[in-house]
Write a protein that binds this ligand. Sequence first.
Ligand code: ADP
Length: 255
Amino acid sequence: MKRLVVKVGSHVLSEQNRLARDRITNLVSLLHQLQDKYEVMLVSSGAVAAGYSKLKLDKSKLENRQAIAAVGQPYLMSVYQKKLASYGLLSAQILLTADDFDSRKRTSFAKNAINTLLKNKVIPIINENDTTATQELVFGDNDQLSAHVAYYFDADMLVILSDIDGYYDSDPRQNDGAKLRTKVSEILDEDLEIPCDPNHAFATGGIATKLKAAKFLLDLDREMFMTSGFDLSIVKSFLLEGKQTGGTHFCKECM
Ligand code: ADP
């Protein structure tokens, strides 16, 4: 069975400072459907958004964001747990930091645990361990984290579900004439020189971090697919029917 990492961004998971429960319901239904064909891991943002609905501290301070995330992470997991349970599925929480990927020994322990979970149809739900991540060794965005998860835990593809339906030749929010790039086989260094411009209070990435994730994977001969996390029809056709009806497929051989 092929192995997938699905990464979902905070914009998709939250709405007006709280969790967007309907979207989480749709996401969990997607994960359940994908399990017929794939082993599935989820990298989920949303801990800060989930925590902020309970503990409203000033998000501009790092220690406050860490505190909010610490409140939000178990709350977010409880939402996933309940929704997955309605399909008879179990979830598992895995919190990682960038330095977990520095040590082959640590990566191999995490990989054994993940393999065991997947063998038993449990969905690992992965996030950065915000409270212990140090300034120097921090992914800082789940796009980078999910690319590392995909590579080190042997996934065939990373699927990024974002607030935008793919990678355009310029920012579609600034430029009406922006065109969707459906296939991308190479990311040039100059493509990465985009200012970091996440357009949401809880977002940390923007398109630049998604392109970095794509470059990391393309250089290692892995694939990435980026599409909307609001309307899941495109990701469903792509992964379940093998038809690309939208989104951007980053793939060395697919041009
Ligand atoms: P997420 O919360 O899913 O991680 P972000 O909001 O961080 O998503 O990043 C996606 C945003 O990046 C888009 O909504 C869009 O405004 C912006 N963006 C800038 N340039 C581009 C581009 N060339 N193609 C697509 N999106 C772009």
